[in-house]
Design a binder for this molecule. Structure first.
Ligand SMILES: Nc1nc2c(ncn2[C@@H]2O[C@@H]3COP(=O)(O)O[C@H]4[C@@H](O)[C@H](n5cnc6c(=O)[nH]c(N)nc65)O[C@@H]4COP(=O)(O)O[C@H]3[C@H]2O)c(=O)[nH]1
Length: 569
């Protein structure tokens, strides 16, 4: 605590010795931060589209590969389905033909041969009677149990089985297809395995690592293999299947995705660079504009073009002047009127708020010395920036300003917003600071109370002199019972805590009467007076008796009709 006060005293001493010119250059740190932020944003503007493009290209190439694999698989599946359909038709026709249902004669064997020859995919046709192959287009009359003839083949219409060799010694493997007339009688056709192998033996080896055809429970590979073992894929693959149990797998080669990537990498990256450049230009433009606004503001502060306006605050009961609030006004020749809601947050961001506050203090001092003399005992309220607590030089300036006001019988009120208290976590430091301010005769007002951060906790912890009730609650008088309820609660709470209440943005007689009825201490708002330049302030300083109850009493010097209440707001 002692060291805190020491620090303030040292600060004050130092500040007194310092000329205004030797004050820290406003906004130096903020400027550096500003430039660094611009750099980071430009880098991001350039890098993000490139990252997105390349990431997107990777995803897109995966989709393109998938599309190609699917289309290839569908085409193989269509060919296999066509071959099977042709074989099924031939097999079915033979099974239903009368010659295949009689004994195995030379004539019927010749008819079987003729039928096999005329079917593009069928190599042999074999008649099954009572579960045995009895007549074959290749072997003639035989008597071979079906399970020996085609091991593993189920005697059921539509069954398919890959056979490594043919019963009748025809070297090449084949594919058996069954059509049964009934449980025991039917026809087994043997198809050329070669056709199916050719279907999967695609020429584009650099695009596909493997193409596999599943028939029933077995697999035909492009390299000639036929096996019961399912394939293992290491790259991206797709599979398509049909209702006949034909399934085709197509696996991409290592190169396939790369082929797509190489095809599109230049286009995608060129687009990304173009977008990145546009975004970087936009960022730059934004900052250049920001800089010019910043320059404009610096000049305005240095030339005292941002000027103090004064809004009177009156006692609720008697309409006597409690004091004035200083509100900054900026009329720029080029841009016109710039609202404080725009330039104050900007000044805070750019580190210009301290120099603005100092400029306003200087102008107010000049006004009070040369243009208007406020009645003794009144207050002068100044909005102070959140950073004030950390700046010894600002504290020094405020102390000097307070000293000046006290010499003129006035008191300085510092208006701080709730936000500042939520953001300034070090409560002990702040309450020590408040004690110090009070010892200097400086009062503290909590501004915009009720706008979102309200907490009873800090009202108790910090010793505020005034609580300013935000205009939204005043606005609700007569129209919102909820707002009225909150308003009543805030007033009662402030009264219990011994704070003076000021209702802000009071615009109507109804609001004044309501607030007077709730024993609000002070009223500020257009109903009485708008913020005015110092040259117009005199007419708002009451010289005589209070009003009671009717705020429009013509006898009273206040209220002043809002329409006559001066120039800017
Ligand atoms: N609708 C309506 N509005 C009324 C009425 N009576 C007063 N006002 C406006 O309400 C605002 C009250 O100031 P604030 O809450 O401190 O809110 C201020 C304050 O937070 C900030 N500000 C203004 N001047 C300064 C300054 O010099 N320094 C700092 N740090 N902040 C300032 O900008 C905010 C906005 O200032 P302004 O635009 O001047 O807006 C002022 C004032 O013009 C009324 O009856 N009806």
């Amino acid at each position: 605590m002692a060291s805190m006060l020491d620090m303030f005293q040292r600060t004050v001493l130092r500040a007194e010795m310092e000329d205004e010119a030797t004050m820290p250059r406003p906004g130096g740190g903020a400027q550096r931060g500003f430039a660094a932020k611009r750099k980071v944003l430009i880098i991001l503007a350039l890098a993000v589209p490139l990252l997105v493009a390349n990431y997107g290209m990777y995803g897109w190439s995966s989709l393109a590969v998938r599309k190609e694999l699917t289309s290839t698989a569908q085409s193989v599946e269509a060919q296999a389905a066509l071959a099977l359909k042709a074989a099924a038709i031939t097999t079915g026709e033979v099974a239903d033909a009368r010659y295949s249902q009689r004994g195995c004669f030379l004539g019927s064997v010749q008819l079987l041969q003729l039928k096999a020859l005329s079917s593009p995919y069928v190599r042999s046709l074999n008649v099954v009677r009572n579960g045995k192959v009895t007549c074959s287009s290749v072997g003639g009359a035989v008597d071979v149990p079906a399970e020996l003839f085609a091991p593993g083949l189920a005697l059921r219409t539509g069954s398919i089985r890959l056979l490594q060799s043919h019963w009748f010694g025809l070297e090449a493997p084949g594919i058996a297809y069954v059509h049964m007339r009934n449980a025991q009688d039917g026809v087994i056709s043997i198809m050329h395995e070669r056709y199916f192998r050719d279907m999967v033996d695609l020429p584009s080896k650099d695009r596909y690592r493997s193409v596999v055809l599943r028939l029933g429970d077995q697999y035909v590979y492009g390299d000639g293999g036929m096996t019961d073992t399912p394939p293992v894929f290491i790259n991206q693959f797709v599979s398509v299947r049909d209702s006949n149990g034909v399934q085709v797998f197509v696996e991409a080669s290592h190169k396939l995705r790369m082929m797509y990537l190489t095809d599109s990498v230049v286009t995608w990256n060129l687009i990304a660079v173009a977008i990145g450049l546009l975004m970087a230009l936009a960022v730059n433009f934004y900052y250049v504009r920001g800089r010019s606004f910043e320059r404009m503001m610096r000049t305005a502060i240095a030339n005292h073009d941002i000027v103090p306006f004064y809004q009177p605050v009156y006692h609720a009961e008697g309409a006597l002047l409690e004091g004035v609030e200083i509100l900054a006004r900026w009329h720029n020749p080029g841009e016109g009127y710039i609202a404080p809601d725009v330039f104050i947050p900007y000044a805070e961001r750019m580190g210009l708020i301290d120099s603005l506050t100092l400029s306003l203090i200087k102008q107010v001092q000049h006004d009070l010395e040369n243009i208007i003399h406020l009645p003794v005992g009144r207050t002068v309220a100044l909005n102070v920036p959140p950073t004030m607590f950390d700046k010894p030089e600002m504290i020094g300036a405020l102390e000097r300003f307070s000293g000046f006001l006290q010499q003129n019988g006035l008191r300085l009120v510092l208006e701080v917003t709730e936000r500042q208290f939520v953001e300034q976590a070090e409560t002990e430091r702040i309450s020590t600071f408040f004690e110090w301010l009070h010892r200097q005769g400086i009062l503290i007002s909590l501004d915009d109370f009720g706008t979102g951060y309200s907490s009873m906790g800090y009202l108790n912890r910090f010793n505020f002199d005034y609580l300013k009730i935000d205009g939204v609650f005043v606005n609700g008088i007569g129209s919102s019972t909820t707002a009225e309820g909150v308003l009543d609660t805030i007033i009662q709470m402030a009264q219990k805590l011994g704070m003076k209440t000021i209702a802000e943005k009071v615009e109507t007689k109804e609001q004044v009467l309501y607030l007077v009825g709730r024993q609000v201490d002070c009223i500020q708002g257009y109903y009485y007076a708008k913020p005015v330049p110092v040259t117009e302030l005199n007419q708002y300083i009451p010289i005589a008796a209070p009003i009671h109850g009717d705020a429009t009493d013509a006898e009273s010097p206040v209220p002043v009709p809002a329409g006559n209440a001066g120039s800017a707001a």
